[in-house]
Design a protein around this ligand. Structure first.
Ligand code: GDD
Ligand code: MG
Length: 359
């Protein structure tokens, strides 16, 4: 459909990104640096690669940041427009709110935090073949409880949509990409918060509308938690996940211009070192993400963790499965383990936080 019939793309980017705090206190989740570019760039490049050029961003939280960076989209070969909710309208309300900007009969809608490899032309073709009102991209996951659970019948027609249920009837989940007939969007109530998952999909099913699932098994990850963000970023660096926004070169690490790596530092596991960041002698970075200007001092270890803009990890400190906010200062020999989150600008003295007694 994309190449012959025009399709609009809508990306929902208005969420607060609470599970990625404190990084999302200063930047909205889709703008966090991911393998060298704001995360949203990867999705926009996939949209462009499918031959779609008109993109509307549904913004709310930190709305201005998107337009400041992407402008009219021409650098990416796109035409990007922005529609801002002064009060968040939820996922369904966000889709309804961009209606005045839509031009085509069919609209492909995305959650703005999904790293995926599905060829968008495939879901569009499936939508056309089924003459569907709505087509949902579905994937299978190990633990469906954090997602929208979607059951389908033998023809791929959606039977049930259960958002975040503790008792999932299937491992098939909503992958956060939908094709809508525009007339379905016109029927979403305007001017109030609406959840597409809890309200729009269940009511379309109750009304017997043609809602189909398109299942595929390409790469897929929701980047909404620190674990997933770290994992997805490493997958991009190592080439496990593909992005048309990155050139072909892949390896154990990605070091950006202006970064300084001292001799004897070890960078593995899909580590990313941002612009102007510094890594000291003998430091070990395994699946680490250093935002621009971050510093890891000599002998420190950073594993599967994100180190915010300009933050510093002191000599021989250990940071594992943690999130360090922008400008935080972690003293020498501190240990920050599983799930630790340090707020921006917080300074921990040398040896100030330990999980063991030997120094
Ligand atoms: N414009 C706008 N307004 N966007 C919003 C709003 C809002 O009020 N609330 C959330 N969003 C955006 C977020 O920025 C994100 O890109 C997307 O909508 C989904 O929100 P998340 O907060 O990431 O939802 P989730 O991950 O818990 O669940 C959703 O995604 C799963 C797949 O990743 C649901 O759609 C699930 O059904 C789905 O399985
Ligand atoms: Mg999400």
């Amino acid at each position: 459909m994309a190449s012959d019939t025009p399709v609009d793309a809508v990306v929902l980017v208005g969420g607060k990104g609470t599970r990625l705090r404190p990084l999302t206190l200063s930047a909205p989740k889709p703008m966090l640096p991911t393998a060298g570019v704001p995360f949203l760039t990867h999705l926009l490049a996939r949209i462009k690669a499918a031959g779609i050029t008109h993109v509307v961003l549904g913004t709310s939280f930190k709305a201005e940041v998107f337009e400041e960076y992407f402008g009219d989209g021409s650098d990416l070969g796109l035409e990007i427009e922005y529609v801002t909710e002064t009060e968040p309208l939820g996922t369904g309300g966000g889709i309804r709110n961009v209606l005045p900007k839509l031009r085509a009969d069919n609209v492909i809608v995305f959650n703005g935090d999904v790293l995926g490899g599905m060829d968008l032309r495939d879901v569009l073709a499936s939508h056309t073949e089924h003459e569907a009102d709505v087509t949902l991209h579905l994937v299978r996951v190990g633990d469906p409880r954090a997602f929208g659970c979607v059951t389908t019948d033998g023809d791929g027609r959606v039977a049930d949509f259960l958002e975040k249920t503790q008792d999932p009837p299937t491992d098939q989940i909503n992958a956060g990409c939908y094709v809508f007939k525009r007339e379905i969007i016109e029927k979403i109530p305007a001017g109030r918060p609406v959840s597409v998952e809890r309200e729009v999909f269940p009511s379309l099913l109750a009304d017997g509308r043609r809602v189909f699932g398109f299942v595929d098994n390409s790469y897929w990850r929701d980047m909404g938690t620190p674990e997933d963000f770290v994992h997805g970023s490493a997958d991009l660096v190592r080439g496990v996940a593909q992005s048309p926004a990155l050139d072909g070169q892949r390896g154990e690490s990605l070091v950006h211009p202006g970064a300084g790596i001292a001799p004897g530092a070890v960078l593995i596991g899909g580590t990313v070192v941002g612009r102007g960041a510094e890594v000291g002698a003998g430091a070990r970075l395994d699946g680490a993400i250093l935002f621009d200007g971050a510093v890891v001092e000599a002998g420190a270890t950073v594993e599967r963790s994100i180190v915010g803009f300009g933050a510093r990890i002191g000599p021989r400190a250990l940071v594992r499965d943690a999130v360090i906010g922008d400008g935080a200062d972690i003293g020498a020999r501190c240990e920050l383990l599983r799930g630790a989150r340090v707020w921006p600008g917080v300074a921990l003295p040398d040896g100030g936080v330990r999980f063991s007694t030997d120094v």
